[in-house]
Design a protein around this ligand. Structure first.
Ligand code: SF4
Ligand code: SF4
Length: 258
């Protein structure tokens, strides 16, 4: 019996919402088959022109490769036109691996375009990570940050100073762990619930040189540039840094920060 080249791991129970969302996409549009709608344009362009383009947004800052791969697998089978992901080499590889697995299950499935998201300055909220030092947290904090995080990006464990786990001694205990950076996508929910104001948002800008290298890959089809629109200097700086690499993509999208 033929084996799939990349057997997918079972989806986690926590991915039930993903399955439900993918089912809704699939129900609203039967699986796109490679070669459909392409008498004059690639199917993705035809979808844009018809106005029924569907894009999976993994998150410009979400960098958990295993989850990105699973999301890409499910949503490729659901028939999306494009998968938007962080501009990171390992994340792009995870997206393509998920697409490859989907194609091994349904060989005629349409390969979605792979889009990387970048920013030209740090004011776009898609490009930030939460950060705090658990040693600054009261050990008996009820950890609302952990409870409110939709990405399971905060992991905290109460330990006794000296190493052993303790149940209820705020003097001798401390918290260990913190934000799992590759899972934090900067949504900001944890920032407002911390009763001790311990969590900071750390904005960042994607490195244009790294992005330029990504755009040279044959498995990257599109780029989305997030910009504030409040001046063209930073946009021009990014654009010029991308140089000739921008000619390798099929689509350039510009997203204005509101
Ligand atoms: S900003 Fe906070 S709540 Fe949002 S994903 Fe990151 S750690 Fe989780
Ligand atoms: S809510 Fe604030 S103080 Fe409490 S564990 Fe989270 S970061 Fe620390």
């Amino acid at each position: 019996m033929a084996m799939a080249p990349f057997p997918p791991p079972p989806l986690l129970a926590s991915h039930a919402a993903v399955r439900a969302a993918a089912s809704r996409v699939a129900a609203s549009r039967r699986i796109r088959v490679a070669g459909e709608d392409c008498h004059h344009h690639p199917p993705q362009v035809a979808a844009l022109r018809r106005g029924d383009w569907v894009k999976l947004i993994c998150g410009a800052s979400f960098e958990d490769a295993a989850d990105v791969r699973n999301l890409s697998l499910v949503y490729t089978l659901a028939g999306v036109d494009c998968i938007d992901c962080a501009a990171d080499a390992s994340v792009v590889s995870a997206v393509n691996e998920g697409i490859d697995v989907a194609a091994s299950i349904v060989p005629e499935v349409q390969r979605p375009w792979v889009m990387v998201s970048v920013n030209d300055d740090c004011r776009d909220l898609h490009f930030r990570k939460a950060e705090f030092d658990p040693e600054d947290c009261p050990p008996d904090c009820s950890k609302p940050c952990d409870k409110v995080c939709p990405a399971d990006a905060i992991s905290l464990k109460r330990v006794m100073v000296g190493g052993e786990h303790a149940q209820s001694d705020p003097i001798c205990d401390k918290l260990e762990g913190g934000v799992i950076m590759e899972r934090c996508y900067g949504c900001g929910r944890c920032l407002s619930v911390c009763p001790y104001d311990r969590i900071r948002a750390m904005p960042y800008v994607r490195d244009p040189a790294t992005t330029a290298e990504l755009l040279k890959r044959s498995d990257v089809d599109a780029i989305e540039i997030h910009t504030t629109g409040k001046g063209i200097d930073m946009f021009n700086t990014l654009w010029n840094s991308l140089g000739e690499s921008i000619n390798n993509v099929k689509l350039v999208a510009v997203s204005l920060t509101l």
